[in-house]
Design a protein around this ligand. Structure first.
Ligand code: ADP
Ligand code: MG
Length: 226
């Protein structure tokens, strides 16, 4: 479970202060598929980065299973990220010289596990995202939607507790977007994967258990699907 209490983030740029988050509080249960929505500039990416421990809030607290993350040392924080959190970005961020399989294996390799273990797991994950017949393709031999599914498989290699995605379908056409959203839904249903996803697409609400609507750095409503 993630609990967020009164989160503030202020960016200071010379004389100017930007209040990107202004007192945000909520909870996310294990196994939930949660969306963060709102206009451009409303603080969605900033909120996601604080939750994903990529950035540190100016004020307020984030608890993972009642553990206060602000008490972690730098080293504990990066260990926590590597072990428990997975990230997916709008622009896929795959390594062009590596095949789909090698891209997915890479984070496992960095953890120093046995090759046969993470190679088997990477193959299974590519099958889960329906790319079992594309494992030796390089990114440029794949469509945008397929590349994003490779990135999703990669984010799962260390079996994260929580998966974060910032507008993962923003650069895809509507058909590929639908397949990517259905892939997230499948991971959530079948693997009980907790997913927190920023989207600007109101139609995506049908996939979500809960939507956090942001406006000017605040949560304006908190809608739970029935
Ligand atoms: P969204 O993802 O909803 O479009 P962001 O979280 O990216 O919004 O940004 C919220 C506000 O914070 C915006 O006004 C943006 O310009 C500002 N902001 C975001 N990141 C930074 C930064 N690193 N430095 C300064 N201002 C920032
Ligand atoms: Mg954003």
């Amino acid at each position: 479970m993630i609990r967020v209490e009164n989160l503030y983030k202020t960016f200071v740029m010379g004389e100017v202060q930007v209040h990107a988050l202004r007192g945000v509080s909520f909870e996310i249960a294990d196994g939930e598929f949660v969306g963060i929505m709102g206009k451009s500039g409303s603080g969605k990416s900033t909120l996601l980065r604080q939750l994903g421990l990529i950035d540190e809030p100016t004020k307020g607290e984030i608890f993972y299973d009642d553990k206060p993350t602000h008490e972690l040392s730098l080293r504990e924080r990066s260990h926590f990220r590597l072990t428990y959190l997975g990230y997916i970005f709008q622009e896929f961020a795959l390594i062009p010289e590596l095949t789909a399989l090698e891209n997915v294996m890479l984070p496992g390799m960095m953890k120093g596990e046995k090759r046969e273990d993470y190679e088997r797991r990477a193959t299974e994950l590519l099958e889960i995202v329906d790319l079992g017949d594309r494992i030796h393709h390089r990114p440029k031999q794949l469509s945008g939607g397929q590349q994003q599914r490779v990135a999703i498989a990669r984010s799962l290699i260390n079996t994260p507790k929580v998966l974060f995605a910032d507008e993962p379908t923003a650069s895809l056409d509507s058909t590929s977007s639908k397949i990517v959203m259905e892939t997230f839904q499948k991971l959530n249903k079948e693997l009980k994967q907790t997913i927190i996803l920023v989207t600007h697409e109101p139609d995506d609400e049908r996939y979500l258990h809960k939507t956090l609507w942001m406006k000017d750095g605040k949560l304006i409503h908190h809608k739970t699907a029935i």
